[in-house]
Structures are given as structure tokens and as C-alpha cells.
Design a protein around this ligand. Structure first.
Ligand code: TPP
Length: 562
């Protein structure tokens, strides 16, 4: 090959490098091995996973944490099918992601080729952009366009198809200009008339509340939100991944009185959060029936969704909050002695008291609360990124582990997807190597991507994984009951009792602990916290719970009027 000739694989790698891509999450096979090798030759980190679902989850979290799309490289057919899980999860979470899928030679299309699939069509329904470059020479431009689309407006996933004959074909590099790194998204202000209307509502509110969503975290609005909250003295409530935009320790945080704050508030300022199931659609009885909602969102179509009374502030969240700050009357400050404020504080104190009592239940097996109390006592207060998945495990952990910095909590998200934990944890460690990544996951949730421990060990991404093991999905059976139950009568939630998930860490060069008592848990944590360069799994046995009726506080939503 002449010196100025390069393959489509090499051109793809060069284009990604020029775009500033520094890590690619992938699994190789025909026809993308050459692309991965070219990526590695360009000095881009390639993290090879064990399942495309996990790598696409990892890439989506990487996109959320960095504001640039996490890049996935997968094989045609089943590789794209598995990765679609992360594409859809990214779409629902509004996180940027670029999936690059190998595909069959264009001249074999429709012939039943090896792993043939119409991937462009498959991804189109669930992404912002799905395409195949028309020629090898167009690969860099299409990647540039895909990256821009993934981060401009509401972020989301994009798909680019790379046929095998493009990957192996060659082109003269001199004939190509590689696009520079796609500029960061353009930013816009909200309509000044609506800003004034919003200020009118805010200053006249009797019981105002700010709700901070993960859109606020994504748009890096923490400085402006802090200024707004502290100037106005309005209480705030984060959504699960909005936690940490302002510290949970902030004196205006009313997370511990969530239901009361939602039910009482007469004016709500919604920052980068959607009125979906997580916020009970903004409807009574969870919300006050007369509440007025001011919504700041980057996407016009999101406004007025499910809510009745609404001021729509369209624009880039930090800029729009600055507009609000600039328009506040000079002397405005919400009173800390109002009945609303005092009743919220009282509710917070009584809820904290109830939780503290649950911490001191010394039964063995431990309760969720007893196990979490031990973990909370031992973990350092700062520089932690929490990853959480499971049902009760995630729900209870959310209220117990305080988050102090933005983008330091990742969970199953808007899709409530199990299996995201290991990918998210690795993405977090890649983005923030100086923080300790602590994954607190249910035993069922962990099982969805348990083999990725090997990926984390191999990629030198030390994680602290706490498996809250109750032998089942939501709850399971103790081993005696399990053994005595005929196999056809086992509840659908049951998993094998006392599974030694910790041994997966030992088997792959990490370190595992199997703990049944608070003291064993405490000892394991003491040792683990001295050890910050290995993957550690602490398998924490808790009460299995038996054949309970399912109860989900977080699913108590309103039946919308049809
Ligand atoms: N499959 C996917 C991909 N996502 C889901 N949310 C579910 C299935 C249904 N589901 C919800 S929570 C959950 C499952 C399977 C697991 C809950 O069990 P566990 O992780 O052990 O946590 P626990 O509630 O027991 O604390």
C-alpha cells in the first residue's frame, strides 16, 4: 500500500482521535477487530468488555459524566442487538452515546451474509440519528455529524454503520480533511417575558420548592443553582441522579421530607427534570392540585408534559438560571420562619429519627438499614461516586448515602434498568480516577453483568462493589426454606441462597469478602478501604424476606385521568 493510503479502519480511528475521543468501549469480532487495533494504535484507550449491554451502559454513563458521547464499537448482528440495550437506556436518560457497529459487506446485502442485520433501521427508532456513510471518504464527516447530534439540543444516542468493505477498503489520506473536534453545543437564553412571569410566581409563592434533576447535573449548572438557592432561600429537592448538584448536606435540602415538600409546594421550579413516573407525573395527590410549575428544559417538546399550570423556560439551564438571578428583586429572600419552612424541618427531623432507629436493629441476618449503617459509618465522607441498582437496595441506599458533589451518583435511571451497575462503575472510574467508586447493588442486579468484574480487573479499574444479598429479586428465601420448597413451588423472585458472588472477585485477581454480621462487614470495609488499587466485592448477606407481598414506595404514582 502506498504511504498516503490508509484503510477505512485507520480513517475511522483518526477521525475519532481528531474528535478528542479518548476511550472506546467495545467487543471485537468480525469485522471490527481492525477498527479496534487502529484505535489502539492512535493512542485511544480501548476497554474490551464481556457483553455489549454492559459496554453500552458504560459508554452512556461516560457521556453523562463528560458531556461528550461515550463511544462503543461492536460487531454486526448480535453485537448491535445487545448494544441496543444501552442505546435505548441512553435515549431514555437523555445521555449522549455514539454506537459504531460493524456490518456486512455492502455487496452481500440481502444475501443472508454472516451476522447480517439492518442495523441502521433497527437503531433509527431509538436514537437521534442512525446512518451508514455513503462512502469510505465520508466516514469522518458522518462521525462528526453524529457526535454533534448526540450532544446538541437534548443529548441522546446516535448510530453509525461501518460495512466490512469500508473497514478493509483503502483511501488516499491526502484527499480527506478530517473535521476538527465538534464544537460544544450552542447555548440559548429563555424568553425574557417568560422570565418575568416566572419571577412573578416565585416572589409571590407561599411554599416554593426547587426540584433539581439530572439534566441540571448534565448541564453543569451547580454554580448558578447554588447562587439562586442561596439568594432566594428556597428549599430544594434533588431527583435520584440530581443528588449532589447541591450537597445533600446543604441546609436547604429537603430530601428527607420529599413527600411533604411535593405535596405542600405551591410553586415548583423544575430544573432539568421531567414530570415522569419518578416525579409522579406532577399530579395529585403526590403534588398539590393547585401547584404552579415553572420548568426549565433544553427541549421544547418536554414543556407542558403532564402538568396543567406551567411556565416554559426554554434554554441552556445555567444561562436561564442566571437570567432568573438577574431578574430577582434586590431584597427578595424567602423567609426561614414561615410555617412551611418550619413544618418541612420538623418532618425532616422526625424522618431522620425513624431512619436512625432502623439503623440499630441488631438481628442477624442484617436488615438493609443495619448493613447500610455499617457501610455509611466506614466510608469516607468525600470523593466517592456511588453507583446503585436493585429495587429495595437502590431505593433505601438513595436515602441513606449522602452525595456531596454533582454527577457523583449513578443509578438504574429513568428506565429502571438492571445490569447497568458494573458498566457505570467502570465509566465513573475512568472519568474520575481519583475518586473511589462504590457500587451498592442488589444480588439480582449484580447478576446481570457479574462477569464484567473480569473487565474491571483487566482494565485496572479498581472498584468497591457491595452486593446486598437477600437471595432474590426484591426478596428471596433462606436456604432451609429454599431446600424444603418443591422446585415447582419456588417463588419467581427466588435465586439460589447464599451464592458466593465474592468468589468472582477472587477468581479474577480481585478480592472478595463474604459477610453475615455487622462486625464482619465492618472488618471487610476496614481492609477494603486500605486497598484502593484492586477490585473488591463484599457479598453482604441480609434478611431474605421470605414470600412477601411486593411493596414499592417509589412506584406509588397517580393514576392519570384518562
Ligand atoms: N430486567 C431489567 C433489565 N430491568 C429490570 N428493572 C427488571 C428486569 C425487573 N427488576 C426490577 S428490580 C430487579 C429486577 C429484576 C432486581 C431487584 O432485586 P435485587 O437487585 O436483588 O435488589 P433488591 O430489591 O432485592 O434489593
Amino acid at each position: 500500500m502506498e504511504s498516503n493510503k490508509i484503510t477505512g479502519a485507520e480513517l475511522t480511528a483518526k477521525a475519532l482521535k481528531k474528535q478528542g475521543v479518548d476511550v472506546v468501549f467495545g467487543i471485537v469480532g468480525i469485522p471490527v477487530v481492525e477498527v479496534a487495533e487502529a484505535i489502539i494504535s492512535e493512542g485511544i484507550k480501548f476497554v474490551g468488555f464481556r457483553n455489549e449491554q454492559s459496554l453500552s451502559y458504560a459508554a452512556s454513563a461516560y457521556g453523562y459524566l463528560t458531556g461528550r458521547p461515550g463511544v462503543c464499537l461492536v460487531v454486526s448482528g448480535p453485537g448491535v442487538v445487545h448494544a441496543l440495550a444501552g442505546v435505548i437506556n441512553a435515549q431514555v436518560n437523555c445521555w449522549p452515546l455514539l454506537l459504531i457497529g460493524g456490518s456486512i459487506d455492502t455487496y452481500q446485502e440481502g444475501m443472508g451474509a454472516f451476522q447480517e442485520l439492518d442495523q441502521v433501521t433497527l437503531c433509527r427508532a431509538n436514537s437521534k440519528y442512525s446512518t451508514r456513510p455513503p462512502s469510505i471518504s465520508q466516514i469522518p464527516n458522518i462521525l462528526d455529524k453524529a457526535i454533534r447530534i448526540s450532544i446538541y439540543g437534548r443529548p441522546g444516542p446516535v448510530y453509525v454503520d461501518l460495512p466490512a468493505n469500508y473497514i478493509q477498503g483503502s483511501i488516499n489520506l491526502d484527499s480527506i480533511t478530517l473535521p476538527e473536534r465538534a464544537p460544544d453545543p450552542p447555548k440559548s437564553l429563555a424568553d425574557p417575558i417568560q422570565i418575568n412571569n416566572a419571577i412573578g410566581l416565585i416572589v409571590n409563592a407561599k411554599r416554593p420548592l426547587v426540584i433539581i434533576g439530572k439534566g441540571a447535573a448534565y448541564s453543569r449548572a451547580e454554580i448558578e443553582i447554588k447562587e439562586f438557592i442561596e439568594k432566594t432561600n428556597i428549599p430544594f429537592l434533588p431527583t435520584p441522579m440530581g443528588k449532589g448538584v447541591l450537597s445533600d448536606h446543604h441546609h436547604l435540602c429537603v430530601s428527607a421530607a420529599r413527600s411533604k415538600a411535593l405535596a405542600d409546594a405551591d410553586v415548583i421550579l423544575l430544573l432539568g427534570a421531567r414530570l415522569n413516573w419518578i416525579l409522579h407525573f406532577g399530579l395529585p395527590p403526590k403534588f398539590n392540585k393547585d401547584v404552579k410549575i415553572i420548568q426549565i428544559d433544553i427541549l421544547p417538546e418536554e414543556h407542558f408534559n403532564n402538568s396543567r399550570i406551567n411556565i416554559a423556560l426554554l434554554g441552556h439551564l445555567p444561562l436561564v438560571i442566571s437570567q432568573l438571578i438577574d431578574s430577582l428583586p434586590k431584597s427578595f429572600k424567602y423567609s426561614s420562619t414561615s410555617d412551611y419552612f418550619i413544618s418541612l424541618k420538623q418532618k425532616i427531623n422526625s424522618n431522620i429519627k425513624i431512619t436512625n432507629e432502623k439503623f440499630h436493629d441488631d438481628n442477624i441476618p442484617m436488615s438493609y438499614y443495619r448493613a447500610f449503617y455499617e457501610i455509611k459509618r466506614k466510608l469516607p465522607k468525600n470523593d466517592i461516586i456511588f453507583v446503585s441498582e436493585g429495587a429495595n437496595t437502590m431505593d433505601i441506599a438513595r436515602s441513606i448515602f449522602d452525595v456531596q458533589e454533582p454527577r457523583c451518583r449513578l443509578d438504574a435511571g429513568t428506565m429502571a434498568t438492571m445490569g447497568v451497575g458494573m458498566g457505570y462503575a467502570m465509566a465513573a472510574k475512568l472519568c474520575c480516577p481519583n475518586k473511589r467508586v462504590v457500587a451498592i447493588v442488589g444480588d439480582s442486579a449484580f447478576g446481570f453483568s457479574a462477569m464484567e468484574i473480569e473487565t474491571a480487573v483487566r482494565a485496572n479499574l479498581p472498584l468497591l462493589i457491595m452486593i446486598i444479598n437477600n437471595n432474590g429479586i426484591y426478596h428471596g428465601l433462606d436456604s432451609k426454606t429454599f431446600d424444603e420448597t418443591p422446585i415447582n413451588n419456588l417463588p419467581s423472585t427466588a435465586l439460589l441462597p447464599d451464592v458466593r458472588y465474592d468468589l468472582i472477585a477472587d477468581a479474577t485477581g480481585g478480592k472478595g469478602y463474604f459477610v453475615k454480621t455487622p462486625q464482619e462487614l465492618s472488618n471487610a470495609l476496614d481492609e477494603s478501604l486500605k486497598d484502593d488499587d484492586r477490585c473488591i466485592v463484599i457479598n453482604v448477606m441480609i434478611q431474605p424476606g421470605g414470600k412477601k407481598k411486593l411493596e414499592f414506595a417509589w412506584m406509588e404514582t397517580t393514576k392519570p385521568k384518562l
